[in-house]
Ligand binder design. Structure first.
Ligand code: NDP
Length: 318
């Protein structure tokens, strides 16, 4: 039996590429795609590295049935264009929540206790100088942490924060039944009530610029922003200004507006801890994400249904 033709939009790690190529006839978009090959493509495997996946790519693929995303966030994909074409989009929920939450706590602690700065101090040989003790840091003790987006990852973050003995509050569009943390009706109201804001909402138009200058002002001069969601959620220019002029104390970021470009003005800020989008980036978790992407494709071709379709695209036969 001929293997279904799958187009890889961007290179995947070898531990994903190997099983993908074992199961499907894989074409590599970055090596070029002629019209005959494009006409045979039934599935697209993609990730945020590829950038925006819009209608123009889908229009080149008349036989396209499914877009399988390597990642839980799928703001890189025009899901409305996919839905209009009857194309199912899948993502990878449930296999990365704990990993991303671990990283979020690491980033939060690193930002407040200035761990990377302290390590740079030691490596630069400054500890042995006269008066070489590293300056005392701010603290997590006594803080109130607001979670912007109490979803799968936000809840995994909250579970960890409970162990740290800090107060927790949240904002989402709806107050959640069975959640005891106080809910605030807007990002601004949440920021006014807390001094740490952890951002874990999806990206896309609905959340673009949700954390703006007013939210940062409300967070206040002792305020700490941690963003592991998407760069688009935070007004990056307003954040840089807030870090420069002391509107907030510090920021820990894993995501940026135009990755992998990070503004020089942000890199110049000593009160920012900057990670290169590594939230889910362990070998084990990326392997699980790749496997779920492949399982979605395999189930689609074997049974005509996807395992984890996103809510905006049709479930189709199930
Ligand atoms: P979920 O869908 O489980 O949770 C999202 C939460 O955000 C929900 O509680 C939802 O609540 C809230 N939300 C959605 N839209 C809005 C809005 N417009 N305003 C306010 N709140 C909103 O997603 P996950 O927890 O699985 O993932 C969240 C995001 O984290 C992903 O979409 C991805 O972008 C990012 N991510 C980043 C990673 C990294 O490497 N840094 C790794 C994995 C994910 P409600 O519906 O009530 O509004």
């Amino acid at each position: 039996m001929t293997k279904p033709a799958v187009l890889a939009a961007a290179p995947f790690p070898p531990f994903t590429m190997a099983p993908l190529e074992a199961a499907f006839a894989v074409h590599r978009l970055w090596e070029g795609l002629d019209d005959r090959a494009a006409g045979s493509i039934r599935a697209l495997a993609t990730n945020t590295l590829f950038g925006r996946l819009g209608a123009e790519v889908m229009d080149r693929l008349p036989a396209l049935e499914i877009i399988a995303n390597f990642g839980v966030g799928y703001d890189n994909i025009d899901v409305a264009a996919a839905a209009a074409r009857g194309v199912v989009v899948t993502n990878t929920p449930g296999v990365l929540d704990e990993e991303v939450a671990d990283l979020t706590l690491g980033l939060l602690l690193a930002t407040i206790r200035r761990i990377p700065q302290a390590e740079r101090h030691l490596r630069a040989g400054l500890w042995t100088k006269p008066d070489g003790a590293f300056p005392l840091s701010p603290t997590l003790r006594g803080r109130r942490v607001g979670i912007l987006g109490l979803g799968a990852i936000g809840k995994a973050v909250a579970r960890r924060l409970e162990g740290f003995g800090v107060a927790i509050a949240y904002h989402g569009r709806t107050r959640q039944d069975g959640v005891a943390y106080p809910w605030y009706p807007s990002a601004l109201a949440l920021a006014e009530a807390v001094d740490v804001l952890v951002v874990v909402v999806p990206g896309g138009a609905a959340t673009a610029g949700l954390v703006d200058a007013a939210v940062l002002r409300a967070l206040g001069p002792q305020g700490v922003l941690v963003n592991v969601a998407r760069g688009s959620v935070v007004d990056e220019a307003a954040l840089i200004a807030a870090l420069q002029d002391g509107t907030i104390l510090a920021a820990g970021l894993d995501v940026y507006a135009r990755e992998p470009q990070v503004p020089a003005a942000l890199v110049a800020q000593d009160n920012a801890v900057l990670l290169p989008h590594i939230g889910s980036g362990s070998v084990a978790t990326r392997t699980a994400m790749g496997q779920l992407m492949i399982d979605n494709l395999a189930t689609w071709f074997a049974q005509g249904r996807a395992l984890t379709p996103v809510p905006e695209t049709p479930g189709l036969p199930g």
